[in-house]
Design a protein around this ligand. Structure first.
Ligand code: PRX
Length: 656
């Protein structure tokens, strides 16, 4: 891994801070006392947060770290996640509260689901899954658009102690296949089709391709969403509407151990093979619920919360399903693309439901910025009282625009840093309590510890001007409840990926570069490994490279993420073609982009593909991605002294 100093770009450090308003602070869920409490006794603090949930069997020890890095939180405790997210609110007399205002992509398509209705539907789905032969510990792949049944399916799995593995419905059949195979899923839940910009397209066909000849898959459960023609395989495929509504609404949830696995979520690492990040029950729900309550300041009786993520990503898991539902809030779930049928759609949804808390990604904010503030100005956004950002660094300009245009120059913004692996938010301002600086995620939440260190693991001193040495590695130096418990089927890769860089100290290395600002706040600078962040979507260079070399015309490929004004980073590929394929370069580039879409997803299509005669390599044969990044971003080349043949760049430049 290259040294941090030469890789990470420096940020616009030290803009003026936005202090919390007195008005917001007066009724905020969080207070400064939380920091003191956690500081005094971190484990006692988490003990108290865990008690916000309903446990069937109380836990003993808060943390068992004796087999680090394999943690056990809330040892011996038992609980049911779905009970905590649904039944408990009904029992408390809140069954009539709306859990989900669902807004379909076709205008006018909507559903309102109360907590009582959600309880019935989750129970029916749990009974139907049991009838299909699923038992605790099994894996179910969920490959669905943002329909209520997707959330019901996740909760039904949680209720049964079955692990779900949600695969983003924008992924291709081969990406789904790899994930189904790795998890040995027994069931795939999907829809007949999905709407994208008003058009219905099949989804089930991709499932058919993905599960063909996969012995582990016993059934495919299909929700009818679009009504398009769908082939069903006798004995294997089952329509959701033929089994779930008929099932009983009575279902007694069984309590599972705090460390019982809850779900797998595949994410990109630095190799071509995605890794199944494993989360468990008690710690995950404790931190998801605690962070959702305090970072978003939710008042379940009055707020209308909207997180615009997709359940295919971790943000959808934690801040659409488990966080909000464990807190009993009312939320909006929107099925479609943000600008369909017009660029007014998101603003209309905010207005229609009186959304009070809005959580989205910087890429979308930049899209709205580009469309211009007059679109937002045509809508009444005065219900908004808190805004959130996640997924990538937010540039200060977008932060300020977000606050002015969405937030009437007064709402707090929470810039939340976390990862699939961390399970829930780790670094963020606390609204009503801490200052916020545009572009900084600020400081670790109460109960969380994160530090920035240099190559040798020495902590950079917050608030000091380090000049050239200011950039460091972001590490989590103490375990946290919602931490991943491993990579599915690969404990060695788990240790190697996250715990080997600072093995001596026993720290988790997050893969991000960061630096301290003048007041000791953290500025996350982005990934310093071979993981790219495209519109907040995590894609590895190796995955795209392997899709490219999978094409018969490609001899070699190297992929880098280059900065992009709109999407944060964009994929730039450099390929060497085989002699036989050189005839028609122009068509080839399009063919290769299509190949990547087919192998991974349209979101992984390279912005640019350059056909080059050679790739820059070190004497040991390693591709110098850093130099390719310089080329892609039009910068002066960095140090080329370790290259076998520095003149290769003349040829590469000429290809651009
Ligand atoms: O580089 C960081 C960036 O997104 C990565 C995690 O990606 P993923 O596991 O897909 O989860 C995204 C949603 C939590 C991180 O390693 N990242 C996430 N949030 C921020 C961020 N970078 C800067 N600021 C953030 N708020």
């Amino acid at each position: 891994m290259p040294s941090i100093v030469e890789t990470a770009a420096s940020a616009d450090i030290d803009p003026p801070a936005f202090p919390p308003s007195d008005e917001f602070a007066a009724s905020a869920n969080a207070s400064a006392e939380l920091y003191d409490e956690a500081e005094r006794d971190r484990l006692a603090f988490w003990d108290k947060q865990a008690r916000r949930l309903a446990w069937e069997t109380p836990f003993g020890e808060v943390l068992d770290w004796s087999e680090a890095p394999f943690a056990k939180w809330f040892v011996g405790g038992k609980l049911n996640v779905a009970y905590n997210c649904v039944d408990r609110h009904v029992e408390a007399g809140n069954g009539d509260r709306v859990a989900i205002h669902w807004e379909g992509e076709p205008v006018g398509d909507q559903r309102t689901i109360t907590y009582a209705e959600l309880k019935d539907e989750v129970s029916q789905a749990a009974n139907a899954l049991t009838d299909l032969g699923l038992v605790a510990g099994d894996r179910v792949a969920i490959y669905m658009p943002m329909v209520p049944e997707a959330i019901v399916a996740m909760l039904a799995c949680a209720r049964l102690g079955v692990m779900h593995s949600v695969v983003f419905a924008g992924f291709s059949a081969s990406a789904l296949r790899a994930r189904v195979e790795d998890a040995e899923a027994k069931l795939v839940i999907t829809t007949d089709g999905q709407y994208r910009r008003g058009k219905a397209a099949s989804l089930k066909e991709a499932v058919d391709e993905a599960v063909k000849d996969q012995e582990c898959v016993e059934h495919v459960l299909v929700v009818r969403r679009t009504g398009i023609d769908t082939a069903m395989t006798e004995g294997r495929d089952v329509w959701w509407d033929e089994v779930v509504p008929k099932a009983s609404t009575d279902h007694t949830p069984e309590a599972f151990d705090a460390e019982h696995p809850l779900f797998l979520l595949y994410t990109s690492g630095t190799t071509g093979k995605p890794k199944g990040i494993m989360h468990t029950t008690g710690g995950y729900l404790t931190q998801s619920s605690y962070t959702h309550f305090n970072v978003f300041d939710v008042k379940p009786e009055t707020d209308v919360y909207w997180c615009t993520a997709d359940i295919g990503w971790v943000t959808g898991h934690t801040y659409i399903v488990y966080g909000p539902l464990s807190n009993g809030v009312t939320q909006v779930v929107y099925e479609g693309t943000p600008t369909s049928p017009t660029e007014h759609r998101h603003f209309e949804v905010i207005e229609k439901y009186g959304v009070t808390i809005y959580y989205t990604a910087p890429t979308l904010i930049r899209t709205f910025m580009k469309l211009g503030r007059q679109i937002a100005a045509e809508h009444d956004l005065s219900s908004l009282r808190l805004l959130g950002s996640v997924g990538e660094p937010i540039n200060p300009e977008a932060w300020r625009w977000y606050r002015t245009v969405f937030g009437a120059d007064k709402t707090p913004i929470v810039d939340t840093w976390w990862q699939t692996e961390t399970g829930s938010i780790m670094i963020s301002p606390l609204p009503g309590v801490t200052d916020a600086k545009p572009g900084s995620a600020m400081t670790p939440l109460p109960g969380i510890s994160a530090v920035i260190v240099d190559d040798d693991g020495k902590q950079l001193e917050p608030g000091t001007d380090h000049g050239e040495q200011a950039n460091g590695y972001l590490v989590l130096d103490k375990p946290w409840p919602s931490m991943l418990r491993g990579i599915w089927g690969d404990p060695e890769r788990f240790k190697e990926t996250y715990w080997s860089r600072f093995a001596e100290q026993g720290w988790y290395f997050a893969g991000d570069g960061a630096r301290y600002g003048a007041d000791g706040e953290i500025w996350v600078l982005g990934r310093i490994d071979d993981v790219m962040n495209i519109s907040g979507h995590r894609i590895s260079t190796a995955e795209v490279e392997s899709a490219l070399v999978g094409h018969s015309g490609v001899a070699e490929a190297a992929v880098v993420g280059a900065s992009d004004e709109q999407t944060g980073q964009a994929i730039c590929a450099f390929v060497i073609l085989k002699a036989s394929a050189k005839a028609d370069d122009a068509n080839m580039v399009e063919e290769l982009r299509a190949e990547v879409a087919k192998e991974i997803s349209p979101i992984a299509k390279p912005r640019e593909i350059h056909v080059v005669p050679e790739l820059p390599k070190t004497r040991s044969g390693k591709i110098m991605r850093r130099l390719l990044r310089d080329v892609a971003e039009g910068r002066e080349l960095g140090d080329t002294s370790t290259l076998v043949d520095p003149s290769v760049f003349e040829a590469i430049r000429a290809s651009k």
